[in-house]
Design a protein around this ligand. Structure first.
Ligand code: 5AD
Ligand code: SF4
Length: 478
C-alpha cells in the first residue's frame, strides 16, 4: 500500500485516501509540459500535488540528458530524495521520468539503487500499472518508445499556475539526428499530434481565461499530420491521407483564427525545416508573436556539416534575410554550441561574425558536452581543451550580452502591447509581462490585472528587462 492516512477527505458515503505526489522538472519546455500530462494521469489515480517532499507518497523527477551537467543535477537531487526517504519517509516511492530514464533504462534500477520506478517519455500512460507493481514490492520500468503516442486525448493539469500562458505540445520526438544530440535516442521518432485535439486544447484554454499558448515540439516546422504514425512513414500514407495532410504553416493559421485575443508562440524552429510559408503566416496574423527561436549552433559551415545540421552558414543567413524581409520587426534568438569537435579559431570567428550579422535578441549558449551513443561520440573526437571551450564561450556570451542590450535600448521611448503574466518577483507594486518579441517588461500595476493586454511606454532597460509605464488599457491586437 501507499504511505497511509496522510490525508483523508470524507464525503457523505465514502472516505477517499489522498495520495500526495511531488514532481520536479528539468530541461526543455517539453519536459515541463510532459509533467502536466503525468500529473493529469496520476490525478485520476487519486493523487494530489504537494510542494513538500517530506510528506509525499510519490516523488517524481522529470529529467534531461542533453548535457552531462543536467544529468549530474538529477543524480544530486536523487541522493537528496533518498536521504529524505531514509530519514523521514520510508514508504516514499521515488521515480525517474523523461530523457535520463530513457537513456539509462534498467541501469537506474540495477546500479544506482536510488529509484523504484523508471518511466520513459512515451510510457506515462503506464504509470498507474507501474505504481501498482512498486506497491507489490517490485521495481518497475517502462522505457518503450512509441511511433504513435502523442497523449492527444489527455487534458494536462496546468502546473504553471498563472492562468495566462500555457504550453501545448504538437509533436514528439525528433528525426533530425544532429550529431551532438541525444534527443532522438531519448524521445524517439518524430510524430505529430492530431490538429483537432490541438485546436480543442487551445479553445479550452481560451475558454478558461488563458491568453497565450506556446506550441511545443523538438522541431515544430516539421509538424505533419496525415492521420497518425511516425513522420518517417508519411511515404506509406494513402493518396487521400497525403492530400489532406496538414503542415505547420496550416496548423499555425488554424490556431491563429481561433481568436485574435489568443497569442501564439512556438518553439523550437529548425533552420533546415522552416518554410517561407510559415514565415508568411507569422507576418499575416498579428496574434502570432513576432519572435522566432532559431538555433544555429555554429556560424561555420564546416562545423555545421560535422553537426549534421542540414544547412550551411549561407543557407542560415538567407533564411534570416527572408524573415527580416517578411517580418521586419521580428525578434530572433538562438542556441549556440561552442568547442564542438575540431572547431578551429577560424570556425569560432565565423560564429562571432554570424552573431554580428544577425544581432540576436537573446541567446542560449553552451560548451559542447559529448553524449553517449551520438554520432559525434562514435565518429568524432571531443578534442577542444576545456580552457579553450570556456574562453570561446565567454567571448560568445559577452557578444550576445552586448547585442541584447543594444536591441533593448532601441525599444526605449517606444510603446508596446504587453500581456500581463504575474506580479513582478522584485516588487508587489509591479507587474511582469511580455511583448510580442518575448521581451520581459516590468511596470507599475495601475488599474490593470493579470491576463490584461496593456500598452506600455518603455522608459528604461537592462539587457534582459524593459521598464516602463502603462499608457493605455486597451487591447489593440485587433
Ligand atoms: N552539448 C552542448 N549543447 C548541446 N545541445 C544539445 N546537445 C548538446 C551537447 N551535446 C544544445 C543545443 C540545443 C539545445 C537545446 O541544447 O544548442 O539547441
Ligand atoms: Fe536534437 Fe537536432 Fe532534434 Fe534539436 S533538431 S532535438 S538539436 S537532433
Amino acid at each position: 500500500m501507499f504511505a497511509e492516512t496522510l490525508n483523508l477527505t470524507q464525503s457523505k458515503d465514502s472516505a477517499t485516501l489522498i495520495k500526495r505526489m511531488y514532481i520536479e522538472s528539468y530541461g526543455c519546455q517539453m519536459n515541463f509540459s510532459d509533467s502536466e500530462i503525468v500529473t493529469s494521469i496520476l490525478e485520476k489515480e487519486g493523487y494530489t500535488n504537494t510542494n513538500e517532499i517530506e510528506h509525499a507518497d510519490l516523488v517524481l523527477i522529470n529529467t534531461c540528458s542533453i548535457r552531462e551537467k543536467a544529468e549530474q543535477t538529477t543524480r544530486k537531487r536523487l541522493e537528496y530524495f533518498n536521504s529524505i526517504k531514509n530519514k523521514k519517509n520510508k514508504n516514499m516511492i521515488v521515480g525517474v521520468l523523461g530523457c535520463m530514464a530513457e537513456r539509462l533504462k534498467k541501469r537506474f534500477l540495477d546500479e544506482e539503487k536510488l529509484v523504484d520506478l523508471v518511466v520513459g517519455p512515451d510510457s506515462y500512460r503506464d504509470l498507474p500499472l507501474l505504481l501498482q507493481q512498486v506497491n507489490d514490492g517490485k521495481k518497475a520500468i517502462n522505457v518503450f518508445l512509441s511511433l504513435e503516442e502523442t497523449y492527444a486525448d489527455i487534458k494536462p493539469t496546468r502546473l504553471m499556475k498563472n492562468g495566462v500562458t500555457a504550453f501545448v505540445s504538437i509533436t514528439r520526438g525528433c528525426d533530425n539526428m544532429c550529431s551532438f544530440c541525444v534527443v532522438p535516442f531519448t524521445r524517439g521518432r518524430e510524430r505529430s499530434r492530431n490538429p483537432k485535439s490541438i485546436i480543442n486544447e487551445c479553445k479550452d484554454l481560451l475558454d478558461n481565461g488563458y491568453k497565450e499558448v506556446t506550441l511545443l515540439g523538438q522541431n515544430v516546422d516539421s509538424y505533419l499530420w496525415y492521420g497518425g504514425g511516425a513522420k518517417k512513414d508519411f511515404n506509406k500514407a494513402s493518396k487521400d491521407q497525403k492530400e489532406s495532410s496538414i503542415n505547420f504553416a496550416q496548423l499555425l493559421e488554424m490556431i491563429a483564427k481561433i481568436d485574435i485575443k489568443l497569442r501564439i508562440r512556438f518553439s523550437t524552429s529548425n533552420p533546415q525545416d522552416m518554410s517561407i510559408e510559415v514565415i508568411k503566416i507569422i507576418s499575416k496574423y498579428k496574434n502570432i508573436c513576432n519572435y522566432i527561436h532559431l538555433p544555429v549552433q555554429s556560424g561555420s559551415s564546416n562545423i555545421l556539416k560535422l553537426m549534421n545540421r542540414g544547412y550551411s552558414r549561407e543557407d542560415y543567413i538567407n533564411l534570416i534575410d527572408q524573415i527580416k524581409k517578411e517580418i521586419p520587426d521580428c525578434a530572433i534568438s538562438m542556441d549556440m554550441i561552442t568547442g564542438f569537435c575540431s572547431e578551429t579559431e577560424e570556425d569560432h570567428q565565423e560564429t562571432l561574425t554570424l552573431m554580428d550579422y544577425v544581432k540576436y535578441d537573446y541567446g542560449y549558449m553552451f560548451k559542447y558536452s559529448e553524449r553517449p551513443n551520438t554520432t559525434a561520440e562514435k565518429k568524432l573526437t571531443d578534442n577542444i581543451p576545456e580552457n579553450i571551450k570556456q574562453r570561446r564561450l565567454t567571448e560568445i556570451i559577452n557578444k550576445q550580452s552586448q547585442h541584447s542590450l543594444e536591441n533593448m535600448q532601441k525599444k526605449v521611448g517606444k510603446i508596446y502591447e504587453v500581456l500581463i503574466e504575474r506580479t513582478s518577483k522584485k516588487s508587489k507594486e509591479y507587474f511582469f509581462g511580455r511583448t510580442t518579441h518575448n521581451s520581459s517588461v516590468v511596470f507599475e500595476k495601475g488599474d490593470a490585472k493579470i491576463g490584461d493586454y496593456v500598452m506600455v511606454k518603455v522608459e528604461n532597460c537592462t539587457s534582459a528587462t524593459l521598464f516602463g509605464k502603462i499608457i493605455s488599457y486597451e487591447h489593440t491586437t485587433s
